[in-house]
Structures are given as C-alpha cells and as structure tokens.
Ligand binder design. Structure first.
Ligand code: CO
Length: 511
C-alpha cells in the first residue's frame, strides 16, 4: 500500500495561486480532509509563513493551531528549509531549535527538512531538534541533474541523513523534471542501501508527474505527494484522484474513497473560483521547456517580474541560456529557494550588464565564500579569484559563525508588544520588517473593528434593530500584489537595492 500526502493546503495553492489561500477557506474542509485517511497533510512551511504575515495579515501560528484542532487524526506536515527555516537566510541554531519546538508544540508531526545545496551540515540541527520535539524527521534529497549529481552521490546523501537521525527520506523534484526511470532507480537504491521509507515529491510542470509518482510507487516508495484535482496539475502536484484511481485494486492501492475525494474537490473548486484573479493561466499549462532549462515555476515568475521591471522581457531567452552557465560556475547547485534566487538574479545581471560578473551580487559573493554551505561541485576558478580577492572562504558549517538571536528578538518584540510570546518572537526574528508591518496593521484593524462595532451599535440602537458588521470586500484578494510570490517579492526588493549597479554599468557600457 502506498501512502498519499495531500498538498492542497500548502504546495498546491503555493504553486497555483501564490500561496494566498486563507485559513477561513481551509477550515470548512478540515473535518472531511481529516477523515480521508491520508498518510499526512502538508499544511505549513515553505512560503505559507511569509505570505500569512506579509500579504494575508494572518498569524501563521494561529493558522497552524486552528488546523490542528480541526484535523486531530491525520499527521500534519511542514516544509522546513533546514537552517533557513521558512526564510531566505541562515538563522542561528538557537532559533532553529526554538522554531522547531514551537512548530511541534502547535501541531506539526512530520518535518520535511531540506537544504538547497544538499549540505547535511545545514540539516543536522533541524533534524536533531525535530527528534527532540517528538516529531518525525523526513530528510530530503533535492533532485537535480548535473555531472556531479549521480545515483551514488544521492545514495551517499541518504546515508548521511539517516546518520543525522532522519526517520524517512524524501526525494524532492522542485521543478518537475525527474523522469520516471530516474525516480524508480533512486527509490530502489535508497530503499536497498539506506533502508528508510522513501517519499517522492514532484511537480506537474513538464507533464511527467503522475508517471513519475506511479513509477516511484512501483519501485517501493512509501508515499507520494498529490493535490486534490482543482489544485493539481501545471506548477502543482499530480491529482490525488488520478494516483488513487491508477493504483486502485493493485497491491499499491492507497485505499482512499474516490467519492469522498470528489466531494472535497467540489469544495476546493469553489475556493479556487474565489481566488481566480490570482490564477495565472501559465502556471496551469504543461511546460515542456522545463525539461531543457530546469527552472522551477516560482523562479520563473520571479525572473519574469524582474525583467519586466527593467523593461527587458525580450531578453528572457538570453537569461535562460545564461542560467545553466551561472549554475555551472557555482558548482551546480540544485535550483530551489534560495539558490534559485541567487542563480537567477546573477544571470539577469550578467545578461543586462552585457558582461558576465561585471556586477557580482552580495548573495553570489557569500555563496562563493561558503556562507550557504558546501557547493556540490567546484566553483569556477576565475569567479573564485574575483570574489575571494578580498576575503577567505570559510571551511566550517556556516551557522557556526552566527551568534544566538532568540533572546534578543524576544526582548525587542516585547518592546513593541509587551505580551508577546515565543511564537511572536520567532516571527519577528525570522522576518523583522514584515512582522512589524503585520503587527501595526493588526493593531490598527483591531481598533477599527472596535470603533466600527461601537458606531454600528449606536446606529443600531437609534434604528432600534440589530446591527451587523459589514461583510469583508470580495475584492480582498486583488489588493495583494497580484499573483506575486513572497519569494519574488523578496527578490524584487533585493534587485531594487542593486539596481543602481545595473544602471551604472549600463551607462559605462554605452560610453
Ligand atoms: Co514543491
């Protein structure tokens, strides 16, 4: 029997509607989701944390607790970027441990821990924290293709993750270009050599996902990730119904009730209708080109928005050609947050400036210095020389250089919100500016609501009939920066700060 991890409440809506599904649209389905018999429900992590605070003005911790209360029977799962938690930089160990402990306390059972460079040193503390908090640690192998990523190298990583305490393994194919044959070979080798249950996560971008999941299941995968019909396909996962239907009556049968799944899909179809303005048709289409450029969906939308800002959309083909070259220069990092961002922005710079590495981003410099971890392959010698002229590369684990942050964050946040608890201090430590804006807005909203209630109460009393609060505007979803991902937002602000470099270098070139 193959287990099914349902992603509609995390990756499904992250991939199709820029992570904008609100808690209030999740809860009506919770009881039915909990009754299906899924192996787990992915509900948190990835971009959900950032988007809750930044765009939805929801407390991500409150969402987690509400979901746990509503779905007590099915293990809840989150995606954790190892030492990067749910953010875009390395955080110190004390914060990693606090974050994991608080997430477990509020309802996460399974933690899928990954690192963009597949550097086990960036996953060890998180995995250890998960075990100490009583959670299940799923060590992750980011799948990619390159001369240095071979079957034996992936198996070796699987062994190292097991040694760190991972209780199961995940093969994570971010952009959806893992062929069924590769998936089957990898699953078989990991099961045989490492002996842990293996879960396969892929995306439908190239159209191969259902084939890949079926091949993985036949090769002995313990579970595959799928999304309910309305939130499946394109940039998201393959449909739950398709995999359940395909395996029904075979020894792999996940034994989930297709009519109960149909009922849930009917509900989520109405939810998707509500968010229609955020749905980019392109993210639903099959994109065979991903087999060539291997750029994940989130990174693609980011590139498009960056080029658009520079009025240079026509140069996308050049950027596509430059991405593999930058990736090679950097030792073939898999393209996933944050390396996708690092490679993508540098490729845009190289193309727009008309000269490669005329401007080197701070992120690429840090990367070459070893601050993100050990690159999978050697870094290009010229680039190394250019960057390291003014600093030496570090040899150890990047987070060893970071001082503890939690105590200071708690102190600072209590200066803003005297009653702030650990969870709020963590939100603040991870996204200081975003948290402050969220807090200010929320306090303002509370005041407004109280005033509105009071005003309506007076009006109601005058009219001598019960007053009701006005319904929230149905156009709420429109005001949230279109379908832009939090990640694109982060990249865009970095680009803004470095834009002067592009302008300056363009002027130089023209002269
Ligand atoms: Co994914």
């Amino acid at each position: 029997m193959v287990g099914i991890t349902e992603t509609v409440l995390r990756d499904g809506h992250q991939s199709l509607i820029a992570t904008r599904m609100r808690t209030r649209d999740m809860l009506p389905a919770a009881e039915r989701l909990d009754a299906i018999g899924y192996r787990s429900l992915e509900v948190w992590g990835g971009a959900t944390f950032d988007v809750c605070l930044r765009f939805l003005h929801e407390d991500p911790w409150e969402r987690l607790q509400s979901l746990k209360r509503a779905m007590p029977n099915t293990p809840l799962q989150m995606l954790l970027r190892g030492q990067n938690l749910v953010g875009y930089r390395h955080y110190p160990d004390d914060l990693v441990r606090k974050f994991v402990a608080e997430s477990a306390r509020r309802g996460i059972d399974i933690f899928r821990v990954f690192d963009a460079l597949n550097d086990p040193r960036n996953m060890g503390v998180a995995i250890d924290a998960v075990r100490k908090a009583g959670g299940r640690a799923q060590g992750t192998i980011c799948y990619t293709q390159s001369p240095v990523h071979t079957l034996p190298s992936f198996v070796q990583l699987g062994r190292e993750l097991a040694a760190l305490g991972a209780e199961e393994l995940c093969i994570k194919d971010m952009a959806g270009f893992m062929p069924p044959g590769d998936a089957a070979a990898l699953v078989r080798a990991l099961v045989r050599e490492v002996g842990l249950p293996v879960v396969v996560h892929t995306h439908s971008s190239s159209g191969m996902s259902a084939l890949t999941c079926l091949a993985a299941a036949e090769a002995g995968a313990a579970a595959v990730d799928t999304a309910l019909g309305p939130f499946s396909g394109g940039a998201s996962q393959p449909p739950t119904e398709a995999l359940v239907g395909a395996m029904r009556g075979t020894p792999l049968d996940p034994k989930l009730d297709l009519s109960a799944l149909a009922d849930l899909s009917e509900y989520f179809r109405t939810v998707l209708d509500h968010y229609r303005p955020l749905l980019n048709l392109r993210s639903l289409q099959t994109d065979g080109e991903v087999l060539l450029h291997q750029v994940p969906g989130g990174m693609l939308s980011n590139l498009l928005s960056q080029l658009q800002e520079q009025d240079a959309l026509a140069r996308l083909p050049e950027v596509f050609a430059e991405i593999p070259r930058v990736r090679q220069d950097l030792g073939y990092p898999p393209l996933v947050t944050p390396t996708s961002q690092i490679v993508g922005i540098q490729a845009v710079f190289n193309v727009l400036a008309g000269a490669r590495y005329q401007t080197i981003t701070r992120e690429v410099r840090d990367y070459v210095r070893g601050l993100y971890g050990a690159p999978p392959g050697p870094i290009d010698a010229d680039l190394r020389r250019k960057v390291l002229a003014d600093a030496a590369p570090i040899q150890g684990r990047p987070a060893d250089l970071l001082a503890p942050e939690f105590a200071r964050a708690l102190e600072e946040v209590r200066a803003l919100v005297p009653a702030a608890d650990d969870a709020e201090a963590i939100s603040y430590a991870v996204f200081p500016a975003v948290y402050k804006a969220y807090r200010a807005r929320r306090d303002r909203a509370l005041t407004d609501e109280a005033l509105t209630s009071a005003a309506l109460g007076i009006v109601g009393a005058l009219r001598a009939r019960p007053a009701s609060l006005p319904a929230p505007p149905s156009s709420l979803v429109r005001e949230e920066a279109g379908g832009m991902s939090a990640w694109a937002h982060e990249g865009r602000s970095r680009l803004h700060s470095q834009r002067r470099w592009i302008d300056a270098s363009t002027r130089r070139t023209r002269r």
